[in-house]
Design a protein around this ligand. Sequence first.
Ligand SMILES: [Zn+2]
Length: 145
Amino acid sequence: MNAVTNIYEGRCHCGAIGYVLHTEKPPAKWTLRSCQCSFCRSHGSKNMADPSGSVVFRIAEPSKLIRYRFASRSLEFLVCSGCGGYIGAVHASPRGQWATLNTNVLPAMAELPQSIPFVADDAPLAEKQAGREQRWTPVTAGLGG
Ligand SMILES: [Zn+2]
């Protein structure tokens, strides 16, 4: 059986920032994580990542893109200054960019699984960053270098 690559387009409420996810995994097979950090709880985020997929960010209005950092400042949380929407977080390194994507900004899908509350571990930062490069979705375009 040949795998089919599906395309899912998410965008913030006003449409200024968004992403195009390419994945062979059907939504029913996604693992959705509700990170319990203070930022994600405030957005009720339900994030997915597919290391075999890829994502392109589509920033229609670059002036509205906020690349918010906090705590270890090792991630950029992509937030819209127009509507407050949160579309995903990006880890960047000399090897590339990887993202975890907030599925709340996708069109409603009946087949999305329940999200799993997830508490970020307190592993050393370098270990967490290496894990992101294995588990998160490679970013192929959209945010610059
Ligand atoms: Zn917006």
